[in-house]
Design a protein around this ligand. Structure first.
Ligand code: HEM
Length: 580
């Protein structure tokens, strides 16, 4: 007789020991042969209290006849009843009440979202928030432990990226692995990045970074300190171009560095949610170019042309140098050499080209922002500047420049860097992740296709952990003259994201920040400019508010060679105008 059989499943988790059973298998049998099975199993979620609410369902079916079909339909119906029941009964995480249809669309801020969500969390007494904008579910995580629970411990579910219709479909460039969905294509690019830039290879690029800091930053600061922002940009962009393509870089306003910077600035704006309507209403991507209101298509065309140029031209130039035998060791030469005999060389060389283009995009704005924030912090706290300078002097002395080997001995400077990254998290909302399956956490339902923001700003400005979070206070990381180990360390936690998508260049960023900061402090005083009466002009820290990259808004300061130090003499071998 055909029929439905209910069967107890296995208990497999302590967390559910109070539940009557862990999984439920509904089997449709025909002449004792199982022909359709609907399998309900408790989700791997940890903190689910109420059994029927926590069902996750997989369906396996075979053998279709009319009669079987009816029974199978019944099984599917049961499936959906349980699914919907779960949805109905399990709440979403706390958040503002949604309006009909538009849900929270008008609650979502376009600027200072990180600050808004921090406050919203406080209002709802929750560090996990849920909102929905025009059908797009959003999860905001304001807490380090929750981010680790979800993005790290359950990384199989939380490692994709949301689609960005303007960038992916209208501009149509899908070469940057930071925005690729989770999967083999992303994995191939990230693996390639690691093959050259993994932490174990850090040393081989440090020498190049040092050369740029001395020739491209310190020497230029001596000559025109008022252009410190421009020098920092050229130096950091130059390091990226040099270690990736091995191309020569001009010491000032290198045209390629400048072109890359402006192109990425425009293209990252295409990813901003509020800037282009097509990111909110994806079907607009089908609108023909001639239609009124389709101006975004023209913008997309220009961005596309520039992005393709950035992917192709430096790669070609690097390959040409390689053919002539003049290419220095860099990402391109290393990778082409490594994959030369691969059976799928053509495919690999496309990945190499695309991964190379990613490097500049990821290094430049982020590291420049952190360095400018460091200078801004020094302006807020002249006493910190003096103390850090004294430490550098004690370790380095006055007759040579700082080296990478000095860095582990500069503990106070380390606290200053931690505070720099905490005070103004470079990417305050991280880079959004995307759930590839539904999930249950702390009794809350998290849908599939949910955009997940790890709010680094809220985590690093949590006043229970970091009192007076708006103040620049490196001393918070020091106790009894040693670095504290009982605080989350912004050099390692939150700043660089979480889980499988965590920043793979974090070690490079830390290394560059430490050596650049030590070198600046060793040679220069950093102070506010003076007004007409000789009084210091107070610099009020202000940051870009779009929640993508939080760069300090332009500010002025006076950088002067330190008294009693022959800065020119120390930089003698590094001053010049030939490309680096
Ligand atoms: C202060 C400097 C930097 C900061 C604050 C920073 C921060 C971040 C953050 C928050 C993410 C997203 C992580 C996530 O999704 O959870 C990320 C991704 C990424 N970063 Fe960085 N980053 C910095 C420097 C660098 C450098 C120097 C490189 C390369 C040498 C780099 C390469 C990348 C790449 C390739 C990704 C995409 C990873 C993926 O989607 O798989 N970053 N970074």
């Amino acid at each position: 007789m055909p029929g439905l059989l209910l069967q107890d499943g296995q208990h497999d988790s302590q967390a559910f020991s109070h539940s009557p059973f862990k999984s439920l298998r509904v089997t449709y049998r025909r002449q004792s042969v199982p022909t359709a099975i609907v399998h309900f199993s408790v989700n791997s979620g940890h903190v689910v209290s109420n059994f029927p609410h926590s069902l996750s369902i997989t369906t396996t079916m075979s053998l279709i006849s009319v009669r079987d079909g009816l029974v199978i339909s019944l099984c599917v119906l049961v499936h959906f009843i349980y699914r919907n029941r779960r949805r109905r009964l399990l709440p979403f995480p706390p958040g503002p009440s949604p309006w009909p249809i538009v849900k929270n669309t008008f609650t979502i801020p376009l600027i200072n979202a990180h600050g808004y969500y921090k406050e919203l969390g406080a209002k709802f007494g929750s560090k996990l928030l849920y909102l929905e904008a025009l059908g797009q579910p959003m999860l905001i995580i304001n807490d380090i432990r929750i981010a680790q629970d979800l993005l790290e411990k359950r990384s199989a579910l939380y490692s994709s990226r949301p689609a960005i219709p303007m960038l992916n479909d209208v501009v149509g460039v899908r070469a940057y692995f930071s925005v690729m969905p989770y999967g083999d294509y992303w994995r191939a690019h990230r693996r390639m990045f690691q093959q050259h830039f993994a932490e174990k290879y850090l040393v081989r690029n440090q020498e190049r970074a040092m050369e740029f800091i001395r020739k491209g930053l310190l020497a230029n600061l001596l000559e025109s300190p008022e252009n410190f922002d421009e020098h920092i940009r050229n130096c950091i962009g130059g390091i990226a171009v040099s270690v990736t393509y091995g191309l020569p870089v001009q010491r000032k306003r290198d045209p390629f560095v400048h072109f890359s910077e402006t192109t990425f600035a425009v293209s990252s704006a295409t990813a901003a949610p509020g800037k282009f309507l097509v990111n909110i209403v994806p079907s607009l991507k089908h609108v023909p170019e001639w239609m009124p209101g389709a101006g975004f298509k023209q913008v997309a065309k220009e961005v596309r042309a520039n992005l393709l140029k950035l992917i192709e031209e430096p790669f070609e130039a690097s390959v040409k140098m390689m053919e002539k035998g003049t290419a220095p060791m860099c990402f391109i030469t290393d990778m082409l050499e490594r994959h030369r005999h691969s059976p799928d060389y053509e495919t690999q060389s496309i990945y190499i080209k695309q991964t190379a283009a990613m490097v500049f995009a990821a290094v430049s704005e982020t590291t420049v922002t952190a360095l400018n924030t460091f200078i801004l912090g020094m302006l807020q706290r002249p006493d910190v500047l003096k103390k850090a300078q004294k430490e550098v002097d004690d370790i380095v002395g006055t007759n040579r420049l700082p080296e990478f080997s000095d860095i582990p001995h500069l503990e106070y400077l380390s606290a200053v860097i931690k505070e720099t990254l905490r005070w103004n998290p470079v990417a305050p909302m991280g880079v959004p992740h995307h759930t590839s399956e539904e999930d249950v956490y702390m009794g809350y339902y998290i849908p599939k296709g949910c955009t997940v923001f790890a709010n680094a700003y809220a985590m690093l400005h949590d006043d229970e952990i970091f009192p007076e979070p708006q103040e620049f206070k490196p001393e918070r990381f020091i106790k009894d003259d040693c670095l504290r180990e009982d605080l989350p360390d912004p050099e390692y936690v939150a700043t660089f994201g979480f889980g499988r998508r965590v920043c793979p260049g974090a070690h490079i960023a830390r290394s560059t920040l430490h050596i650049a900061a030590a070198s600046l402090l060793h040679l220069f005083d950093i102070a506010p400019e003076l007004d007409g009466d000789g009084k210091p002009i107070k610099v009020v820290p202000q940051f870009n508010q779009t929640s993508t990259v939080s760069w300090p808004l332009p500010f002025r300061c006076k950088m002067t060679p330190r008294a009693g130090r022959d800065v020119k003499d120390l930089l003698e071998g590094y001053i010049g105008s030939d490309p680096i």
